[in-house]
Design a protein around this ligand. Structure first.
Ligand code: C2O
Ligand code: CU
Length: 469
């Protein structure tokens, strides 16, 4: 166990409860930055081989306390919400000995990870893991980046109940930083008695469940300790069912250095990082503030349809400046190696996203039908396809493709810079807009694609790509 002392401070939640921060196990490289886990539990690696991560993961019922609310029943991985943090490096083999101790069947999907289809955790390739049954997931991490894991059955319920965890895969040459935090953005709806609401009212069906309590790594009112002037890297993943986070740090500008599929060639600056369910952003900032002062990390309103943007800014977390003098002369990185470009021309697949009604029920459709009625997209192995996504509904849909990265060629007919977009696996298709994506299908099997607002996926907005052997 190697700790970088400076990066590991004790965090105190606003409730007054102290959260211990542990560094992650790091048998692999000596120069990996410590990650401040802010309430995440590191996964215990049971395998002495430095190139193998072997873990035991059990889905089971448990209890959790959100802030000062009363404890509530939740669904956990190994007893914690979020589930344990898996830390690895590119090329590592990972073995997950999974047991389902929940009262209903489940699977685990490894969101964003390129792996064999039989390990992808969807019902297109595996049978449900029944209560009391086990399944061994095993694959190799091919790509550096931030990924996450969650069930792929009744995912709208199971993810909301607490089943989600994060995976960091490090490259050999990550940028040098003073602080690194992994932030899982989420929300839950708590009833007045502190218990988790299993609501699925009409608004929740329409827009996806949005909670009344914002969470970072399962914690309300989390505080990030940083030193003024220090380079701080935040690795963000949105694991909420429906909420988009539109993050701003007042008085600061974010530098986006990476997306879902790793670092981008040309990092760019922005005031807001808009992150939809399923997406990841890798951002850096050099924050400045007086020693000991606290500023808020804010979720600004964003209109994703049906007047969802008519609300006040919300508080996500706080940044507290250390009581040490500001560091001087730090700079943010402005270039990384280029992403290899996929062809810009290939056979086209048109996917029309919309909403509709069937038997008085709200449904979400692709090409006018709901899952599983959409004909499979058939692709030969190594085939390249242009996905022409057109959103004809009046709300945004974050489109997610399993098993493969895609690159964004065009948005509403305007070409998009690969140098700043890089590889993605989830992207917002804004209301009444179109996107042109390209992907190479180099792994055989059946793969899902769907809206990552989980109520929309379960409500029909889902399909399959079949890649030949
Ligand atoms: Cu994270 Cu099929 O999704
Ligand atoms: Cu959707």
């Amino acid at each position: 166990m190697k700790l970088a002392a400076g990066a590991l401070a004790l965090l105190v939640a606003a409730s007054g409860a102290a959260l211990g921060c542990s560094s992650t196990k790091d048998a692999a490289t000596d120069d990996a930055p410590a990650v401040d886990l802010l309430g995440l539990v590191p996964m215990q690696d049971e395998n002495p081989d430095p190139n193998v991560v072997e873990v035991t993961l059990e889905a089971r019922e448990g209890m959790k306390t959100y802030g000062s609310a009363k404890p509530t029943p939740v669904w956990t991985y190994n007893g914690s919400v979020p589930g344990p943090f898996i830390d690895a490096k590119v090329g590592d083999r990972v073995i997950i000995k999974f047991k389902n101790s929940l009262p209903e069947p489940t699977t685990i999907h490894w969101h964003g990870i390129r792996l064999p289809a039989t390990m992808d955790g969807t019902l297109a390739m595996q049978s449900p893991i029944a209560p009391g049954e086990s399944f061994r997931y095993e694959f190799t991490f091919k790509d550096a980046g931030l990924y996450w894991y969650h069930p792929h059955m009744r995912s709208d319920m199971q993810v909301q109940k607490g089943l989600h965890g994060v995976i960091r895969v490090r490259a050999a040459n990550e940028p040098q930083v003073d602080h690194e935090h992994v932030l899982m953005l989420d929300d839950v709806r708590l009833k007045p008695d502190g218990t988790l609401a299993e609501y699925l009212d009409d608004t929740a069906k329409m827009m996806g469940r949005e909670g009344n309590t914002l969470l970072v790594n399962g914690v309300t009112d989390a505080t990030l300790p940083i030193r003024a002037g220090a380079t701080t890297r935040l690795r963000l993943v949105n694991v909420a069912n429906g909420r988009f986070f539109n993050l701003r740090l007042p008085g600061h500008t974010w530098r986006v250095i990476g997306h879902d599929g790793g670092l981008v060639e040309r990092p760019y600056d922005t005031e807001h990082v808009l992150i939809a369910p399923g997406e990841r952003y890798d951002v850096m900032v050099i924050a400045n503030g007086a020693a000991g002062s606290v500023i808020d990390l804010v979720d600004d309103p964003y209109e994703r349809g049906h007047e969802s943007g008519k609300r006040a800014p919300l508080n996500v977390a706080h940044v507290r400046f250390a009581g040490e003098p500001a560091l001087e002369g730090r700079r943010l990185p402005d270039a990384f190696p280029a992403t290899a470009a996929l062809p810009v021309d290939a056979p086209r697949v048109a996917l029309l996203l919309n909403e509709g009604a069937r038997d008085g029920e709200l449904v979400f459709t692709i090409n006018g039908v709901t899952f599983p009625d959409l004909p499979h997209v058939e692709v030969e192995r190594n085939g390249v396809r242009i996905l022409e996504l057109k959103n004809e509904s009046e709300m945004d849909h974050p489109f997610h493709l399993h098993g493969f990265f895609f690159q964004v060629l065009e948005k509403n007919g305007v070409s998009q810079p690969l140098a700043s977009m890089g590889n993605k696996d989830t992207i917002i298709v804004p209301a009444l807009s179109s996107l042109k994506l390209v992907s190479r299908f180099d792994e055989p099997g059946h793969w899902m694609f769907h809206c990552h607002i989980l109520e929309h996926a379960e409500g029909g907005m889902m399909g399959e790509v079949h890649v030949e052997e």
